[in-house]
Ligand binder design. Structure first.
Ligand code: FAD
Length: 484
């Protein structure tokens, strides 16, 4: 909290001033499910938040809770419609609680899909297919890789009442501001406040708002006059103690800039890059630490940010966010309605709007170990061309919004494709990483200080959130200072 204060980031301002909770309502935009023509013969849009998008987009209209009518509109087999209605209504939850209460039930060890089969008597593959991609954005894997407790945490169908009964989750608190602390440019806004706090010459102004539209002077980043210097486009390839680790006074760091190798000597080094690359840069590390570092296989993600020239078709469609269980991109989100530092969310559907399509490249094959799933997903990312991703964007937007007047070849201004081969940090999975927890998983060995080198990055916290990255950075710097 002290850091946020120092940076001029006031969380209450996001809640009270910046995030526009009424935006979706004002424009009649809600959650939806899209089932594509390629899979189902015809495009279907079901106007309700069956994908559970509202918690991450506060204010998004959730639509009808009449699940029977909603699933009746889907093209799925009749039996799957009935099963999904049952899972979303959760009418039989009380009986299930009675049954599992009599057993010594281990929620962490029990697979979520097995729970659906055994206790909700789910038989249809189409039911499981519908649910499969729901947790991918948060977990990086499909529902079949989750335990029951992970399913509960992710709010998957068939678990909500059970999770509340066992106090594993709480009812939504209307006082809770929710997921509203967004800079218009996401976490980059947070990084920019930190950089400016360290190097004020980089941009004028104070406080979080002033950074939003500020043009950064990149020349100031590496100015020899400053106490802090940031050298961009410089990839470190080696960090080695000068002499025996326990006695050395300096570390030699080698980096590549513009195709040439350079060296600097450092009194201390914080490795703030990804864990799995550190054994290659610091080969003198003990073997068990190298193994622990290498075990963090990051989760791949694809975000296609699409600038559309106007959003009339979106407004007509009423879709503010969509779960697309059988499409290439599983999620679609319209802009986060944030007004901050001169940046304003669009109000006029004749104006441009950025929308985001998200794909977590989960392999078709089920049951693979999560680390292998992530390697496989990375393979997908690097084996496709921009044109492949673009074609999927066009097809999906035409399928969803074409009936409301959208034409991808006319209405898309630009696409920025973010391909994170190494995205979220690895977080342990109950069914695969038995016995590994935040308190004793391999990330603890991985982040051990090594002479004058300490290790930061969110990987060191086995968790992908920004605050974890910040706290791990603080720990790594303090370890160096303690050693001084
Ligand atoms: C798609 C996506 C969405 C996210 N959404 C959210 C969110 O909504 N909320 C949230 O809290 N968090 C979110 N996160 C997580 C958040 O971005 C991370 O927690 C945070 O970036 C971790 O910061 P870090 O400094 O630990 O590591 P990173 O941000 O990964 O920084 C590591 C840096 O090291 C550099 N580097 C690597 N190797 C070398 C080398 N050899 N030499 C020099 N430099 C090197 C990299 O270029 C990079 O700049 C998201 C992450 C992704 C991928």
């Amino acid at each position: 909290m002290d850091l946020l204060e120092d940076l001029g980031i006031n969380l209450e301002k996001f809640e009270n001033d910046h995030y526009d909770y009424d935006w979706f309502k004002r424009h009649g935009l809600g959650g939806a499910v899209y089932m594509d023509a390629k899979t189902w013969g015809k495009d279907h849009v079901i106007p309700a938040d069956l994908g559970g998008m509202a918690p991450v987009m506060p204010g998004l209209e959730e639509g009808s809770q009449d699940f029977k009518s909603l699933f009746a509109k889907t093209p799925m087999p009749e039996k799957a419609k009935k099963e999904l209605t049952k899972l979303y209504e959760e009418d039989g939850a009380r009986d299930i609680i009675k049954k599992i209460d009599e057993l010594d039930f281990n929620f962490d060890r029990y697979p979520y899909e097995k729970f659906l089969r055994t206790y909700w008597h789910i038989r249809e593959q189409a039911t499981l297919d519908f649910i499969r991609k729901l947790p991918t954005d948060e977990n990086g894997v499909g529902a079949e890789s989750l335990s029951l407790s992970e399913g509960i945490e992710s709010g998957l169908p068939g678990t909500i009442k059970i999770g509340r009964f066992y106090r594993m989750t709480k009812k939504p608190d209307p006082e809770d501001a929710g997921y509203v602390h967004h800079f218009p440019d996401g976490n980059a806004g947070f990084c920019r406040t930190i950089v400016r706090a360290m190097i004020p010459e980089v941009a004028p102004g104070e406080g979080a708002e002033s950074v939003v539209l500020a043009k950064f002077d990149y020349e100031a980043l590496d100015d020899p006059e400053n106490d802090t210097r940031i050298r961009l486009n410089s990839t470190v390839i080696a960090a080695k103690h000068d002499g025996p680790v326990d006695d050395a006074d300096t570390v030699s760091v080698t980096y590549i800039h513009d195709g040439k190798a350079y060296g600097v000597k450092a009194k201390g080094v914080v490795m703030a890059c990804w864990n799995m690359i550190i054994p290659h840069i610091v080969p003198e590390l003990p073997d068990d630490q190298k193994e622990a570092l290498a075990s963090n296989v990051k989760i791949p993600y694809i975000f296609a940010n699409v600038m559309i020239k106007n959003w009339q078709a979106i407004k007509k469609s009423g879709i503010g966010a969509a779960y697309c269980p059988t499409s290439y991109y599983h999620l679609l989100q319209t802009e986060y309605p944030v007004n901050m530092g001169g940046y304003t969310a669009t109000e006029d559907p004749n104006d441009p709007m950025p929308i985001t399509l998200i794909r977590v490249p989960v392999p078709e094959e089920r049951g693979m170990e999560p680390r292998d799933q992530f390697r496989e997903g990375r393979n997908e990312i690097i084996s496709l061309e921009f044109a492949d991703f673009e074609a999927e964007v066009n097809a999906q937007l035409d399928g969803m919004f074409g009936p409301f007047g959208f034409q991808s070849n006319r209405d898309i201004e630009a696409i920025t494709l973010n391909r994170w081969s190494h995205g979220y940090s690895y977080t342990y999975f109950n069914l695969f990483d038995k016995g590994m927890t935040f308190d004793d998983g391999p990330h603890i060995t991985a982040r051990e200080p090594f002479g004058l080198i300490t290790i930061a990055n969110s990987d060191s916290g086995a968790n992908s959130w920004l605050d974890v990255g910040v706290m791990q950075g603080l720990r790594a710097v303090n370890e160096l200072l303690e050693d001084d």
